[in-house]
Ligand binder design. Structure first.
Ligand SMILES: Nc1ncnc2c1ncn2[C@@H]1O[C@H](COP(=O)(O)OP(=O)(O)O)[C@@H](O)[C@H]1O
Ligand SMILES: [Mg+2]
Length: 289
């Protein structure tokens, strides 16, 4: 059905929170790690930050110190926001689900893997479930930034995320990165634009992650990929590589951000995540003007 292209005025741009998703349809590229540390970098800069976990694997939820959120997570809140699914509603307040901390967390649960099937039969726009829920809940007025951790897919859940987020950052591993993967992702962004309801989010940065600086091949692959991304357009910035760092693995196993450490081992990691948060903040400032 043709809706007619709107002028792409994004209603969410008038809300306080800027919504940024960490996205790549591949697993193991560092999405959760980056979402967690970017959120902490933004919070350290004085921002009020909500981490929103939309991966059924719930790794960000676990990192933020929550466990066993079945039935009491973002999935149930989204279902509760759909009038047609009344029989599945369970009384639950957003404030009962969000856990407060240095950064707040809106947790995911395994039940989120049933999202696509659960909403398959509804007649209201299925791509806008997350966006409608977020706007109705009032949460976008309570935070400066909402950082979303995405599942490793390009399915309906991710389309919902792309309809809410105004910005995305894309970590990738240079070794298994393929032009095909980026093209698929860019195609989904175009599909979101073509729906004519919202503007697809801006790509704020492509981030080469888990780079092994000792392998010459990896650095030359990275140069090729960077060139390819430039050719494909969408104006995305390719930031300096995040090398493979044992310190990052240690911090995650202790459920801490890199900013929780004073040792010299963490200085360069702190610098990199601060640089990333600067990119996000500069973009956000440009949006508000
Ligand atoms: N720069 C890095 N250096 C070392 N290990 C990393 C780095 N980034 C991520 N990791 C590790 O790689 C694994 C996958 O990262 P994760 O953030 O869970 O990826 P995704 O969310 O994309 O599946 C995790 O074990 C994480 O600790
Ligand atoms: Mg993850």
């Amino acid at each position: 059905m043709f809706f007619g292209k709107k002028d792409h005025k994004d209603e969410s741009s008038s809300t306080r929170a800027k919504v940024v998703a960490v996205i790549n349809q591949k697993g193991g590229v560092g999405k959760t790690t980056m979402a967690f540390n970017l959120a902490h970098a933004l919070a350290k800069g004085g921002n009020k930050v909500l981490c929103m976990d939309l991966d059924p694997q719930s790794n960000l939820t676990l990192l933020c110190g929550l466990n066993g959120c079945e039935g009491k997570n973002i999935f149930q809140l989204m279902i509760n926001s759909i009038r047609e699914l009344k029989p599945l509603h369970i009384p639950l307040l957003v404030s009962e689900v969000i856990k407060k901390g240095k950064v707040d967390i809106l947790p995911a649960g395994q039940d989120l893997s049933g999202f696509e099937l659960t909403v398959a039969g509804i007649s209201s726009p299925r791509q806008l479930i997350l966006s409608n829920f977020a706007k109705k809940s009032g949460m976008l007025e309570q935070y400066d930034y909402v950082i979303i951790d995405c599942p490793p897919t390009l399915g309906l859940l991710v389309v919902n995320i792309l309809c809410l987020a105004q910005g995305v950052v894309v970590p990738f591993r240079p070794d298994d990165f393929s032009g095909k993967g980026v093209k698929q992702f860019f195609q989904v962004l175009e599909d979101v634009d073509d729906m004519g309801i919202v503007k697809a989010p801006t790509i704020l940065a492509h981030i080469p992650n888990l780079v092994d600086g000792r392998r010459k091949q990896e650095l030359s692959d990275l140069a090729t990929i960077s060139e390819e991304l430039r050719t494909l357009g969408r104006g995305a910035k390719i930031v300096e590589p995040f090398y493979n760092r044992a310190g990052l693995v240690k911090s995650l196993s202790q459920k801490k951000s890199v900013f929780d450490y004073n040792s010299s081992e963490f200085v360069s990691l702190q610098q990199q995540f601060s640089n990333l948060s600067d990119i996000v903040e500069e973009w956000a400032d440009g949006q508000s003007n």
